[in-house]
Design a binder for this molecule. Structure first.
Ligand code: GDG
Length: 466
């Protein structure tokens, strides 16, 4: 018997990305994951177009691509400054990644954030039919559920947070903390990647606001919300196939040729201070210092496409990394060897898969990360007969699942990074295979389809077709 979804699914996120875009260019893991969800349910994906307009007019631009309808609106420049570059990326992103030192608190940011969420709510409201289920994504949109309820929307509404949730004492630094948390009670289901992020959320709601946890429901006043830890995955089969595609093979061959027998260590990250790039370079520098015999045997390829360039802290990390890679290369490079290849551009997905496969070590060292999909992609791209080793920060959400095979490190410790690199280089093949198999079993079982099903099952009722 076929199960037929009772409802359409309406996905709302800051940016919208059509499924046909999924295989090209640098793109967030979120976009890849959600295009898959929209293939199953007939629905709409609504969000900001990425464009600005003189005066906000709520005009919706509909597009159909790969079986998915996208609906986008333009925002005013002031909206983008205050909502996107302001509250989302200068206030919430650093704070939720435990960087209270980088977070900026301005009333204009908070005001713009709430204005834009109201604008999204008013614009999307007429598109919503009574049976639709609504799934809102990420920290740009905490208040959207409340804003829709204020407009009479009684649908099932879910919210998923893709970044960490900070500990209660850190969140308390945010002037609007209680208001923000209370917005989450407008939803029917709220999801996080890990139990740790979920616990931090519950701590705040319980200790600061008097909420009560009852099984998997958190109650506050007359509202009750189902909370869940639901780690996002990748399309493991698709990614493993991508790593064997002609494009990937070519990238693999070119990488190997240019390595002239040396071992490749790879890092792939948006250029973001949360990814621990500075600490990674310092750990690698430490390794070069401590193991002179290994110097010309390895090199580090760091791919870091720039992001959020309008935000000062991102300009700063970029300058820091330029200085650091220059210093390390200056100190150690020889006429026939450069220790770090530092690249500020993105590569097509299949090419990336080939590069992962060519790498003996995947070096993933975020200081905090909601999940980290690069770690899972690295695992999926390996050659089962001769897999590489994943070195992973214990502060990435992915560590909860991949600790079965990864070498876990504390990214703040250059010594731990250095020790893990040497251990990975020396690891015998049978151990690499065992560790890889354990990780791959998880990456395959808890993939992106598993993730979205667990969430949409909680959100959407199903009925038997016919
Ligand atoms: C947020 C959370 C969470 C990167 N460079 C290129 C490229 N990428 C792709 C990677 C990967 C994606 O971007 C990055 O995903 P991450 O998960 O590593 O990190 P965020 O962008 O910070 O994502 C994170 C995620 O949301 C999902 O919930 O895991 O914790 O911070 O897919 O491959 N892709 C291509 N070329 C590049 O040069 N094609």
């Amino acid at each position: 018997m076929e199960l037929d979804p009772l409802s359409r699914l309406i996905i709302i996120s800051n940016r919208v990305s059509a499924p046909s875009d999924s295989h090209s260019g640098a793109q967030g893991g979120l976009a890849v994951a959600l295009s898959a969800a929209l293939r199953e349910y007939k629905g709409i994906w609504f969000g900001w177009s990425g464009e600005t307009t003189e005066q906000f007019n709520g005009h919706i631009n509909f597009q159909r691509s790969g079986g998915v309808t996208t609906a986008t609106v333009d925002l005013e420049e002031q909206d983008v400054d205050e909502y996107y570059n302001g509250y989302a990326n200068r206030t919430l992103w650093p704070l939720f990644h435990y960087r209270i030192d980088l977070a900026e608190y301005e009333r204009d940011f908070a005001g713009g954030y709430s204005r834009v969420n109201d604008r999204f709510a008013s614009t999307v409201r007429p598109l919503i039919e009574p049976d639709d289920a609504i799934w809102i994504q990420d920290y740009h949109m905490f208040p959207l559920g409340s804003a829709l309820r204020e407009r009479g929307c009684q649908n099932r509404i879910g919210f998923f947070l893709h970044i960490p949730w900070p500990p209660r004492r850190l969140l308390a630094v945010l002037p609007e903390a209680a208001e923000l948390v209370s917005h989450l009670f407008a939803y029917d289901v709220v999801g996080f990647h890990t139990q740790e992020w979920l616990d931090s959320f519950c701590d705040y709601a319980i200790d600061e606001m008097g909420a009560v946890l009852d099984g998997d429901h958190l109650r506050l006043g007359d509202r009750s919300v189902q909370v869940m830890a639901n780690p996002i995955g990748i399309d493991a089969k698709e990614f493993a196939e991508a790593s064997r595609s002609p494009t990937a093979r070519l990238a693999y061959r070119r990488m190997r040729d240019s390595a002239v027998g040396r071992d490749l260590i790879v890092g792939v990250d948006r250029l973001d201070y949360s990814k621990g790039l500075e600490e990674r370079f310092l750990g690698y520098e430490r390794f070069l210092q401590e193991h002179p015999e290994e110097r010309k045997e390895v090199f580090l390829l760091q791919i870091a496409p720039p992001s959020r360039g309008a935000v000062g802290s991102y300009q700063k990390i970029r300058t820091t990394l330029e200085g650091l890679s220059g210093r390390i290369n200056g100190a150690y490079a020889d006429t026939d060897w450069v220790p770090i290849r530092y690249v500020n551009q993105g590569y097509p997905r299949e090419q990336l898969a080939g590069i992962y496969r060519a790498a003996k070590i995947g070096l993933v060292t975020p200081l905090r990360d909601g999940m980290n999909l690069v770690a899972k992609e690295y695992v999926a791209a390996q050659d089962p007969e001769d897999p590489g080793v994943l070195i992973l920060s214990r502060f990435a959400g992915a560590a909860a699942q991949l600790q079965v095979g990864a070498l876990l490190i504390n990214p703040y410790s250059a010594e731990e990074i250095s020790d893990a690199i040497i251990a990975a280089l020396k690891m015998p093949r049978h151990e690499r295979i065992d560790r890889w198999r354990a990780m791959m079993d998880n990456v395959e079982a808890e993939d992106v389809v598993w993730w979205r099903k667990r969430f949409t099952d909680a959100l959407i009722e199903e009925r038997v077709a016919g």
